[in-house]
Design a protein around this ligand. Structure first.
Ligand SMILES: *[C@@H]1O[C@H](CO)[C@@H](O)[C@H](O)[C@H]1NC(C)=O
Ligand SMILES: *[C@@H]1O[C@H](CO)[C@@H](O)[C@H](O)[C@H]1NC(C)=O
Ligand SMILES: *[C@@H]1O[C@H](CO)[C@@H](O)[C@H](O)[C@H]1NC(C)=O
Ligand SMILES: *[C@@H]1O[C@H](CO)[C@@H](O)[C@H](O)[C@H]1NC(C)=O
Ligand SMILES: *[C@@H]1O[C@H](CO)[C@@H](O)[C@H](O)[C@H]1NC(C)=O
Ligand SMILES: *[C@@H]1O[C@H](CO)[C@@H](O)[C@H](O)[C@H]1NC(C)=O
Ligand SMILES: *[C@@H]1O[C@H](CO)[C@@H](O)[C@H](O)[C@H]1NC(C)=O
Ligand SMILES: *[C@@H]1O[C@H](CO)[C@@H](O)[C@H](O)[C@H]1NC(C)=O
Ligand SMILES: *[C@@H]1O[C@H](CO)[C@@H](O)[C@H](O)[C@H]1NC(C)=O
Ligand SMILES: *[C@@H]1O[C@H](CO)[C@@H](O)[C@H](O)[C@H]1NC(C)=O
Length: 874
């Protein structure tokens, strides 16, 4: 039996959610092509913005070419402008969309932060999600002074996005202490400069030193000396003229306490780009260009009003439960999801194909109902998919003779009886976006490929799935969808938060007999059958809340006397024009896995580009064979999760099962605490100023960022990700070792060393590991390159805690540590099968004995600038 509202919610999903990340960017010879830069529909028309984007990419292309040994450049870029912009010069968009673009131009987040940044949360070397530039940043030349030229900043962000390298500066740890010297966090270490605190009045003051850490207090700033910059890295300071490269191993500062070292095992950025990135093979085999590259070519495109054709399978195997579900799903889509003024056509296929409705503009509820009445109710015959596709294309052409940017939603339950591989290539070339919803795993591979290559989505609906599917989108969000089988009460709660409430609907689909339904608003009003509409043929009951639904917890109670399955789906839309709702996007790190590597589940919870933290996030992964795994996703910066508190919740998925699986996540807030964090950013550094000929020249301060909090109350969301497929080489997944520890930190007090980290598990971040091996050295590179040669710490008394717990262990070294000494530490973990994890990040700590008079505090008249610089240069 098919999942009751799976198909319906997937329909919604296909329409609204194009969140899955697939990088369309490619290298064509030495040139990057299919670079899509999309401007959000929230941005008012400004043709200057298009010129500024072109200037940025053109300048960036030459800079990129110089930075990577004259091997690569930007060859072709497409700028997607919003539908409401007017010009005769825009071409029609093909499959480009804002949601899938990797370079987004959009307004600043609610904190008005205009800084460029890249959202990245994969492993070191993995591609990032997107770069966000604000229109203010691109239009206001003041920012060039603060961040460097836009072309250079673009290449800095590009390196985050494309090659998964990280920043070599650090706002959190701008200084570190190393063998008796204070060092600025930088790459390379050859960069010199001066330290000052900038007062509120804009004058310079010597930095004061915190006696506890022997490091400067917050507010102390390193000003690089413009005349002394050699071999710096684009990931540290792209703004300075002499900086034209990425740090290589010989000049890399592996001790600097920055993200690059932490995430990338202290490797140089150059090494990661050439050895770990998606372009590693190309970069190693490409020959440098003989002459400078041509400037990039640009195309400016625009999407028109949406044009969509539903292509529905009515072959024999659809008869019965499936055709009913297809009807329920398509009905929901036509009634609630498709926006006004869009054009919709309906095609069916089995032994032959036919058009049930040619393109129709959605202009009223009457039109919607007319389309609903046409939906097929019977099925028979064979499955000629190519006939269905080509009929769909004919319908899409009716409006203007082409299918560019138009969409096909293809719904089928099985294997093609015709040669789908024969018609797929031309469908892919057509310029239309093709999404597929497949009821069974036997769906042709060509359908996945079509979705992948046209910017569409492929969703597999497992026959076993009796629960729910959830989705999110700007226009229509799923707050909750739950399903069950019972012969008694089914009660639950849905939280409507302040960001949503308009067009709220409760849709209940039942299997056999109309149940009794009570829905109670937060203030206690009761809705019963008399307030709902019932469609007996569709076995669907609907409650539409007029106006804006009251925020708070809505309770529903459903009572049935016969044992039956039903589902309840609650969707809503934004309540305020200017407050984007909280949204959830989820995806696996790969769509296909051969079982040799674990997979990672990601869910991003955000509101207008701001991370929503402290939420409770559960993922359900369900395979076609019916095995279900539920995982709590965490935002703890350990295991699969790259950063703590960035609103990205992650977990490894190790229980790989052959075949296709579906992915959904359910999110609710855990407590009433504030849930919005300042975005954690990978991005171009603001440059406070430089030393020029020995004198500090200050830049203007950076634009203020306001941390305005939004109290939203309780919220619930559900989202569905694209399906993924596993083909194990053996019969069971391999044994995975404990995950690499990435948050090891160390402290030395007297002669005692205190280490802390987040516990890994028996299998990556699940279960409990068997043991730890801790080693230390005076030499970072030695520990990094040959862990087993480090000095061993006796860990006999240490037994690992469950994955995710905080581990804190202290031990004494067998000798007195001298004042000023820096030591390095690393940990490996082992599981029951004696599989060892990768070596952790390398933590460092210095022993600092406090003199009787800490200089910065007891002797304020002292010239600390001189002290600090002499510390730096001894
Ligand atoms: C952000 O900037 C806009 C326009 O510059 C201003 O109207 C708004 O109040 C600012 N918001 C915050 C939270 O500072
Ligand atoms: C700077 O880079 C150049 C070229 O890669 C190299 O020859 C030189 O040794 C580097 N200088 C330092 C101080 O690392
Ligand atoms: C569900 O709610 C109804 C009415 O609100 C109540 O009578 C019933 O006991 C509840 N059942 C369960 C299992 O909570
Ligand atoms: C439900 O319908 C009844 C009868 O039309 C009406 O009296 C009642 O106010 C409605 N309930 C709500 C909460 O609107
Ligand atoms: C939501 O509905 C209210 C009326 O209840 C309306 O004033 C408001 O503009 C609507 N918001 C959006 C984003 O359409
Ligand atoms: C929020 O949810 C909690 C339980 O999860 C509940 O106790 C509380 O009353 C809810 N708050 C509101 C304002 O509805
Ligand atoms: C450009 O940005 C600076 C710094 O934020 C601001 O002071 C200035 O008013 C902006 N200029 C324009 C034209 O918006
Ligand atoms: C380390 O040595 C100190 C005294 O030097 C002692 O108090 C402490 O218990 C020792 N810690 C361990 C873990 O052996
Ligand atoms: C230890 O070293 C720090 C920094 O090098 C210095 O400030 C401090 O005075 C030294 N303490 C002793 C007791 O020598
Ligand atoms: C600190 O020392 C530097 C270098 O000797 C000197 O140029 C500067 O004037 C001194 N500043 C103060 C405030 O004494």
């Amino acid at each position: 039996m098919l999942p009751y509202n799976t198909v319906m919610t997937l329909f919604v999903l296909l329409w609204m959610l194009l969140s899955f990340t697939s990088t369309g960017i490619k290298l064509d010879g030495n040139g990057y092509v299919d670079v899509i830069i999309a401007i959000s529909s929230r941005v008012p028309q400004d043709d200057m913005l298009i010129d500024k984007i072109k200037e940025m990419v053109t300048e960036g292309s030459y800079y990129l070419y110089d930075a990577l040994d004259e091997k690569v450049y930007f060859k072709e870029a497409t700028i997607l402008v919003p539908p409401q912009w007017n010009s005769k010069d825009f071409f029609k968009a093909r499959t480009e969309s804002f949601e899938k673009a990797h370079i987004k131009i959009d307004n600043a987040n609610s904190a008005n932060n205009t800084e460029p940044y890249t959202k990245q949360y994969g492993e070191c070397g993995a591609e990032g999600e997107y770069i966000h530039f604000t229109p203010e940043y691109l239009l206001n030349d003041t920012f060039i002074q603060l961040y460097g030229s836009r072309g250079r900043v673009f290449v800095h962000e590009w390196a985050h996005l494309r090659w998964g390298v990280y920043d070599e500066y650090s706002k959190e740890k701008p200084f570190y202490f190393s063998n008796g010297r204070i060092e600025a966090t930088r790459c390379s270490k050859n960069i010199e400069g001066q330290f000052y605190e900038v007062t509120a009045g804009g004058s310079l003051q010597p930095c004061r030193i915190d006696p506890q850490t022997s490091l400067p207090y917050d507010g102390c700033t390193f000003f690089p000396d413009r005349n002394q910059i050699t071999n710096s890295s684009i990931m540290f300071l792209p703004s300075l003229d002499p900086v034209t490269a990425f740090c290589r191993e010989n000049e890399h500062n592996s001790q600097a306490q920055n993200m690059q070292n932490k995430k990338c095992s202290n490797k140089a950025t150059w090494t990661v780009i050439f050895e770990d990135s998606v372009d590693k093979d190309a970069l190693r085999s490409l020959k440098p260009l003989e002459s400078p590259p041509p400037p990039p070519s640009f195309k400016v495109v625009q999407r028109a009003q949406r044009v969509v054709c539903l292509v529905l399978d009515v072959s024999g195997s659809m008869e019965g439960a499936r055709i009913l579900q297809q009807q329920q799903a398509a009905t929901h889509f036509l009634r609630y999801i498709i926006e006004d003024q869009a054009s919709v056509g309906i095609v069916t296929f089995s032994t032959s194909a036919s058009t049930l409705r040619s393109l129709t503009i959605i202009d009223s509820d009457i039109t919607r109902e007319t389309l609903v009445q046409l939906l097929p109710k019977r099925a028979s015959g064979s499955t000629n998919m190519c006939l269905g596709l080509s009929q769909g294309f004919q319908v899409l052409q009716e409006d203007n003779g082409d299918v560019l940017g138009d969409e096909i939603i293809f719904l089928t339950d099985g294997q093609a009886t015709d040669n789908i591989d024969g018609c797929a290539p031309s469908a892919i070339q057509s310029g239309a976006i093709i999404s597929t919803l497949a009821f069974s795993d036997s769906a042709a591979q060509a359908l996945t490929e079509m979705a992948d290559k046209t910017g569409g989505t492929f969703i597999y609906a497992s026959d076993e799935l009796t629960s729910n599917q959830l989705m999110d989108a700007f226009a229509s969000l799923t707050l909750s969808t739950v399903g069950t089988r019972t012969s008694d009460w089914f009660n639950g709660t849905v939280s409507v938060d302040q960001t949503v409430g308009n067009k709220t609907s409760f849709v209940i689909i039942y299997e056999i007999r109309f149940p009794s339904i009570y829905i109670q608003s937060p203030s206690g009003s009761i809705y019963t059958q008399t307030n709902m509409s019932h469609d007996g043929l569709l076995k669907t009951v609907t409650l539409n809340i007029p106006g804006t639904a009251e925020p708070g917890d809505w309770k529903y109670s459903i009572q049935t006397t016969s044992n039956q399955a039903f589902t309840i789906t609650v969707t809503s839309q934004a309540a305020h024009e200017d407050v984007p709702p909280i949204i959830v996007k989820t995806h696996m790190n790969q769509q296909f896995n051969d079982g040799t590597k674990p997979m990672t589940v990601f869910a991003e919870v955000s509101q207008n580009y701001r991370p929503v933290i402290n939420a409770e996030v559960w993922a359900t992964l369900e395979s076609e064979t019916g095995s279900v795994h539920t995982l709590q996703l965490l935002d703890n910066g350990a295991g699969a999760d790259a950063f703590q508190g960035d609103g990205i919740y992650s977990r490894y998925f190790t229980k790989l099962v052959d075949g296709r699986s579906s992915l959904k996540v359910r999110v609710k807030n855990q407590d009433v605490q504030t849930r919005f964090a300042a975005p954690k950013k990978s991005g171009a550094p603001y440059v406070p100023g430089y030393v020029v000929n020995g004198v500090v020249q200050l830049n203007p301060p950076k634009p203020p960022v306001s941390e305005e909090l939004l109290e939203v109350g309780n919220f619930t969301r559900t989202a569905t990700g694209e399906s993924f497929k596993v083909k194990l080489s053996g019969t069971t997944p391999p044994n995975f070792p404990p995950n690499r520890i990435t948050d090891l930190s160390a402290e030395i007090q007297e002669d005692t060393v205190l280490l802390s980290w987040t516990a890994p598990g028996e299998d990556l971040d699940q279960g409990t590991a068997k043991s730890y091996e801790i080693r230390w050295s005076f030499d970072l590179d030695m520990l990094r390159n040959s862990f087993s040669n480090g000095h061993v710490v006796n860990t006999a008394a240490v037994s690992p805690h469950e994955a995710g717990s905080v581990e804190q262990h202290s031990f004494n070294l067998s000798f007195p540590i001298q004042n000023g000494t820096t030591l390095f530490f690393a940990v490996q973990s082992e599981d029951e099968q004696n599989a060892k994890s990768e070596t952790s990040n390398i933590a460092q700590a210095s022993k600092i004995l406090h003199g009787p008079k800490p200089p910065g505090v007891s002797n304020p008249g002292m010239n600390l600038t001189v002290l600090v610089i002499s510390l730096l240069h001894v």
